[in-house]
Ligand binder design. Structure first.
Ligand code: NAP
Length: 221
């Protein structure tokens, strides 16, 4: 049995990815801020034959991320795939000239410190699993690559996350750990051929299994 950890696991993309990897035999660690919601999602996935457990963390607290991932590893076994995909807060998205230093604290904690904490927690276990097993997947909106004048916090912080992910892709790639980024311009839309959560989950599965590219931008690739 092998484990997928989803940091920022909700009923949209998180659930779809849990189902996709669960269908391949992964057990799933669901990580977000509310134990009740996590337990409800784990129950729902259980009815579909996916073994999932919820672990509480706030991605703006690096220690809570480390602790949730440690508990998940103890309960479910070494994490083979890490997905970092919490949904950013609406108040991160302010027009550029209305954005003050204090407005960037949240986005940077959320999109840069959180990923760094998560990566440091899982990489030793991925090395232990051996080459060409471990994968780290980042999921972002379009502002990660095309900054938007009215979504300054995510534009600035996603760009930092994208740079971090690209550096990891180079360095961890040399150690047989795949690092990839899925960019979703616009909204996730049920029923859309490219942007339905199930279609996006399939893309993430392909990034993990094919291990041949850093970035996939939905709708343009
Ligand atoms: N939804 C869209 O239209 C859209 C568009 C483009 C890109 N994306 C990307 O898709 C991913 C999200 O997919 P989704 O929208 O379908 O969401 P989802 O997987 O249904 O849920 C994401 C979860 O993130 C959790 N979260 C938010 N803030 C958090 C925090 N500080 N700490 C821990 N967990 C936190 C929330 O749970 P709690 O509130 O219970 O903590 C939420 O349930 C993100 O990577 C996002 O950038 C989404």
């Amino acid at each position: 049995m092998t484990t997928l950890a989803i940091i920022g696991a909700g009923s949209g993309l998180g659930a779809a990815v849990a189902r996709r990897f669960g269908a391949e035999g992964f057990s799933v660690a669901l990580i977000s801020r509310n134990q009740g919601r996590l337990d409800a999602l784990a129950d729902e996935l259980g009815k579909d034959g996916v073994y999932a457990r919820g672990f509480v963390a706030d991605v703006r607290s690096p220690t809570s991320i480390a602790s949730a991932l440690e508990q998940a590893t103890e309960a479910l076994g070494p994490i083979e795939v890490l997905q970092y995909s919490p949904l950013p807060q609406k108040d991160f998205m302010r027009p550029v000239l209305e954005t003050m230093p204090a407005d960037l604290v949240g986005p940077v904690e959320f999109s840069i410190y959180g990923p760094v904490a998560a990566v440091h927690q899982v990489v030793p276990g991925m090395r232990f699993l051996g080459e060409n097993r471990g994968t780290i997947l980042f999921v972002n909106g379009g502002s990660a690559t095309t900054p938007g004048r009215n979504v300054t916090g995510t534009s600035v912080a996603f760009a930092g996350q994208a740079a971090y992910a690209q550096l990891l892709n180079e360095v961890l790639g040399e150690q047989g750990i795949q690092v990839s980024q899925l960019i979703i311009p616009g909204k996730i839309e049920a029923g859309d051929p490219d942007k339905d959560p199930q279609a996006l989950a399939e893309r993430l599965w392909e990034l993990h299994t094919k291990r041949d590219r850093f970035r996939f931008t939905v709708g343009t690739d």
